[in-house]
Design a protein around this ligand. Structure first.
Ligand code: FA5
Length: 349
């Protein structure tokens, strides 16, 4: 058996594949070349009888022919079986022996799985789970949260307003929008409940902004709110550290930086140590070792008062975090992938 013979076998295989019309033809081709006594199988089995210098070359070519044949036959069998199914579906032909179509079994979306993990951790720390409406009014989303009318802070979050007739003449409690954050649920909860309490509010939020690797038009937030007597920033730091340690299943360092939100005073941005480089500095954390992960602060007295709570007796902290915690957990560098509905991405979880 020489390389030349092998090449002609390959040609022969290709020709018979081209003329094969039925599954049975393909099975015969398989038998002829790759069956127990098939031409290619025999070559592979008898390699040791070839001179050393020819053996490697022949082995390489024979294996190539084997791969080509297996792949082609698989593809063609699938093609033929699809055609047969199509014909059967048209009622022209029915093969009752064909195996049924396996129903595809879905799984929980990675963002839902992350939310569930967060909920479990906070519930273990005694937080109650609260939900609020996605279609919100301007009063709960902005006014009650201490955003003054016409203050530039209102523009901080580009808002998707709902078209309403004579909108300008409506009160802010009637002017509707898609909530831009989960913070309005703080107000809704405080109006109906007496402190002390600690709650978390997971949910979808909407912003009218251009998308990029860390910005989506619609994304998830988890809001936290704890109100009681003598609640301080130290309590907040202990809660978030405990949360991140459990969420990432390793010790995570957290630091607070001063920031501004109309509904908290003082306000801060919370950074966590980058989980990818463990704080050493990498491209994900722009070589700083830290990643901004949430907004937070001590609830502004005006917000407590707007929500019917005496700010001289009670105080608390609030925080809001987005999908970045899931990105960091799964090492995903573009938030849009989570919302793409692309099964090639989602099937990896
Ligand atoms: C807020 O939304 C505040 N409500 C958070 C808060 C709550 C502060 C309670 C104080 C007290 P901010 O706009 O920074 O803040 O959003 C919070 C987090 O949501 C950000 O850290 C970011 O991770 C995420 N986020 C913001 N905009 C987007 C977006 N367009 N796409 C995806 N995630 C976003």
């Amino acid at each position: 058996m020489s390389i030349k013979d092998l090449k002609s076998i390959k040609k022969e295989i290709q020709e018979s594949l081209e003329s094969a019309k039925k599954a049975a033809d393909l099975n015969n081709i398989f038998k002829k070349y790759l069956g127990k006594k098939g031409k290619v199988s025999l070559i592979l089995r008898n390699l040791s009888s070839l001179p050393k210098e020819e053996r490697t070359l022949v082995a390489k070519e024979a294996n190539r022919a084997k791969d080509l044949l297996t792949r082609e036959i698989d593809d063609r069998l699938k093609e033929i079986s699809d055609k047969e199914i199509l014909l059967a579906e048209r009622g022209e032909w029915l093969d009752v022996t064909l195996p049924g179509k396996k129903p595809e079994i879905g799984h929980i979306h990675p963002l839902t799985e992350n939310l569930n993990k967060c909920i479990d951790i906070f519930e273990k720390m005694g937080f109650s789970l609260v939900y609020g409406p996605e279609l919100e009014d301007e009063w709960h989303n902005f006014d009650a949260l201490n955003f003054p009318p016409d203050h530039p802070a209102r523009e901080m979050q580009d808002t998707l307003f709902i078209k309403q007739e004579k909108r300008e003449s409506l009160s802010s409690k009637k002017r509707l929008l898609m909530r831009t954050h989960t913070s309005p649920v703080q107000v809704r909860y405080m109006l109906k409940n007496k402190p002390p309490f600690k709650i978390i509010v997971p949910g979808r939020v909407f912003r009218n902004e251009a998308t990029d690797a860390s910005h989506e038009v619609n994304f998830y937030q988890i809001e936290g709110l704890m109100v009681g007597k003598n609640i301080s920033v130290a309590n907040f730091k202990a809660v978030v550290e405990e949360f991140y340690n459990s969420f990432y299943e390793k010790e995570i360092k957290v630091r607070l930086r001063p920031s501004f939100f109309p509904f908290t005073e003082p306000s801060f941005e919370v950074d966590m140590q980058c989980t990818i480089c463990n704080g050493k500095g990498c491209s994900v954390c722009s070589q700083t070792g830290w990643l901004e992960i949430m907004g937070a602060g001590m609830v502004h007295p005006n917000v407590l008062e707007n929500s019917g709570i005496d700010s001289s007796k009670w105080q608390g902290f609030a925080f809001g975090m987005g999908d970045r915690i899931a990105m960091m957990r799964h090492k995903i560098n573009d938030v849009r992938l989570f919302y793409s509905g692309d099964l090639r991405f989602l099937n990896q979880f």
